[in-house]
Design a protein around this ligand. Structure first.
Ligand code: 6CM
Length: 257
């Protein structure tokens, strides 16, 4: 009948170009759904300890240990004017530009492409005295998560997730490094204010609301105090440097919604 026809919405663009038959398809969807769920709740209560507060940027952690290793979950929120969530995610995900903003890396390489939006990266982090150097092997995916609400008022996110995998046939074996395990996500929402027709929107009218989640297991012994000191210093530094990088890269470019 007429009523039910009006309710049918046009099909949304595919959320990922990764084939449902891919062996990582299920894992990727589940991991991303979990990050979106937590981002939507934004449940920063008093179980989260504020470790850095600078303007719009706030970085929180929860002290946690597993088998004597520091695995403190970290969460950060930031609000940046003049850039969109798509832009933030694009530069965070794009492996071609990672070395331009990532200050903790010694090297990074792409080992495989699962699809246009998903690849496998292998990277070696800078050594932190006195610990053994860390490396990481992970899939990284960028995707748009359209608002699923009936009333169209719900948020519309862009997300990048970096998630460790146990192995890959192109990954160097038996290196001198310790393999860190991570589950990291950058989740962004773009706010347009004041709302106006698409044509007149300038960078003055847009703000990006960022949430960043990091769950990192160092994968082997490292002194807790050193690790916590490095995290406390490096995560805020990363957020500042990276968002500045996105502002610099985009200021003279058309807005990427
Ligand atoms: O999310 C960030 N970067 C992504 C791309 O590289 C990726 C990395 C996650 C960090 C995984 C940490 C591995 C072990 C840490 C070793 C210590 C390195 C510190 C070196 C200091 C000179 O998701 C931004 C990551 C910001 C890291 C603090």
């Amino acid at each position: 009948n007429k009523l039910s026809i009006q309710k049918i919405k046009p099909p949304k663009a595919p959320k990922t170009s990764l084939s449902p038959k891919h062996k990582y398809y299920k894992e990727i969807n589940e991991v991303i759904a979990e990050h979106i769920k937590y981002a939507a709740k934004l449940d920063i209560d008093n179980t989260w300890e504020l470790i850095h507060d600078e303007g719009e940027m706030k970085v929180f952690k929860r002290e946690m240990e597993e088998d004597g290793m520091v695995v403190d979950p970290l969460k950060a929120v930031h609000t940046v004017k003049g850039i969109t969530g798509h832009e933030v995610c694009h530069y965070f995900w794009n492996p071609d530009v990672r070395m331009e903003w990532e200050g903790t890396l010694e090297s990074a390489q792409v080992l495989d492409w699962f699809s246009e939006d998903t690849c496998v990266c292998y990277q070696i982090h800078k050594k932190v005295w006195p610990t053994t150097q860390r490396e990481a092997l992970f899939w990284t995916q960028i995707r748009h998560v359209p608002n699923e609400d009936e009333d169209e008022d719900g948020p519309d996110y862009w997300i990048v997730c970096n998630y460790s995998i146990p192995d890959h046939d192109k990954c160097p074996e038996k290196t001198k490094n310790i393999r860190a395990i991570m589950n990291v996500a950058m989740i962004c929402e773009t706010v347009v204010e004041p709302p106006q027709s698409d044509r007149n929107i300038t960078r003055e009218n847009i703000t990006c609301k960022i949430q960043y989640h990091a769950n990192v297991n160092p994968g082997g012994w490292a002194p807790a105090s050193v690790l916590r000191a490095v995290y406390k210093r490096e995560y805020p530094k990363f957020l500042k440097r990276f968002t500045q990088y996105v502002m610099d890269q985009t200021k003279d470019k058309p807005i990427m919604f």
